[in-house]
Design a protein around this ligand. Structure first.
Ligand code: DSN
Length: 416
């Protein structure tokens, strides 16, 4: 076995990791699906549990030597149940897209109809976008938000009555409002559809009790664990007991092989963190910070989609300012502010050069930033848009970004 430390054995990889650490520490991370995990989560993620094969589930594995792996996976399951009030939990999905696929394959037959949100209205690729393989297997019908950016429940009901879907899917990746799960459940019951919620973006906020929780109402709830939940990169499925067997089988052996137990160990640690009282404070601050950005962007005269935000993110149309989402993203990169270009509802532009930008507060909030910093950041963002063609100006903003982030150290304990 190689015993040489990473830095000595592979300085190229070690160097790139060090630079990535510096990039994360010195910039403003505003991609709403990103966050910073704790050292305890990192430690579990980098543990020897990565060496172990463990196909099957706790107490029922295909391999020997799983006694400690079983403890870890059961802890993750029990903590997730406690966090969300779930009847059954599967922590093995490798990430959000594999979790979605396993659920589709477990619940539906090829050709079955599923009603999901249009990508440009805040939905997700895996919710039936034509570029995905799932769209070739299942009949996705896409609903949209109304002119004010709200989910039009009457329209959703009409579509459900017309198409009689096997599944109704809610939960989005660029939508900034809360969801009336009870109303969607009522529509699903009327047409006999299974309800699925994909809460990947807002799981941490739901776990903290600051947004509506679909778990007690819906048949199946999917999430990633690395966004507002602040765990390792991974996925999770929660469901009613009656779907437990079929979905466990869909994950393994239906779709995946051996689970990544180091990631599951890190999920267990993150769930323990999310069960602590200070996680509620953290999640509340995410929302307060997003509201502060909303207020400032409104003052600056930006076109905020969906009429504002109830969660951690904002979707803003920048074309009235005379630039595209792609141009804005590039200018923000130059200023040390990381966010992403994004389609707006019924965007006339293309996904690679759309009209909007999407940004959010989970990672900044993890650093300890609050309302005063959000005001500063909104001001700098507005300057970036106004001076996007002036590289020297953007460099000046980057220096101010550096001054701000130095006041909120991220991983001072890590070697550099
Ligand atoms: N890529 C994630 C996001 O940014 O929303 C979702 O898969």
């Amino acid at each position: 076995m190689n015993k040489i430390p990473l830095q000595n054995f592979d300085p190229e990889v070690a160097g790139a990791i060090r630079h990535e650490l510096a990039r994360q520490e010195s910039g403003l991370e505003m991609i709403p699906s990103e966050n910073f995990v704790s050292l305890a989560v990192l430690e579990a993620l980098g543990s020897v549990t990565t060496n172990k094969y463990s196909e099957g589930y706790p107490g029922n594995r295909y391999y020997g030597g799983c006694e400690y792996i079983d403890i870890i996976e059961q802890l993750a399951i029990d903590r997730a149940k406690q966090l969300f009030g779930a009847e059954h939990v599967n922590v093995q999905p490798l990430s959000g897209a594999p979790a979605n696929i396993a659920v589709y394959l477990g619940l539906m037959e090829p050709g079955d109809t599923i009603l999901g949100m249009d990508l440009s209205h805040g939905g997700h690729l895996t919710h039936g976008h034509p570029v995905t393989y799932m769209a070739k297997i299942f009949n996705f019908i896409r609903y949209k938000t109304d002119a004010e950016g709200k989910i039009d429940l009457d329209h959703l009901r009409q579509m459900a009555l017309e198409h009689r879907p096997k599944v109704i899917l809610v939960g989005y990746s660029a939508y900034s409002r809360d969801i009336d799960y009870a109303a969607v459940k009522q529509i699903a019951e009327e047409v006999g559809a299974i309800t699925i919620a994909d809460i990947a973006h807002i799981a941490g906020i739901i776990a903290a009790g600051h947004m509506n929780n679909p778990v007690p109402l819906f048949d199946v709830v999917l999430t990633t664990t690395h966004k507002t939940l602040r765990g390792p990169r991974g996925g999770m499925i929660m469901c009613r007991e009656k779907f437990a067997k079929i979905l466990d089988k869909a994950v393994f052996p239906g779709f995946q092989g051996g689970p990544h137990e180091n990631v599951i160990a890190a999920k267990a640690v993150a769930f323990k963190e999310a069960l602590q009282p200070d996680f509620k404070t953290y999640a509340k601050q995410i929302l307060l910070n997003a509201k502060t950005l909303e207020r400032k962007f409104r003052e600056y005269g930006y076109r905020i989609m969906f009429g504002g935000t109830d969660n951690h993110l904002l979707l803003v149309d920048v074309t009235p300012q005379g630039l595209t989402g792609k141009e804005a993203q590039l200018a923000f990169d130059k200023a040390g502010i990381t966010l992403n270009k994004n389609m707006i509802p019924d965007d006339p532009r293309s996904p690679m050069n759309p009209s909007g930008i999407r940004f959010g507060t989970p990672a900044l909030t993890t650093r300890g930033m609050k309302e005063p910093e959000m005001e500063l950041i909104a001001g700098m963002m507005n300057e970036v848009v106004e001076h996007r063609a002036d590289d020297a100006y953007l460099l000046g903003v980057k220096e101010r970004v550096g001054e701000l982030t130095r006041r909120f150290p991220l991983y001072p304990e890590l070697a550099r």
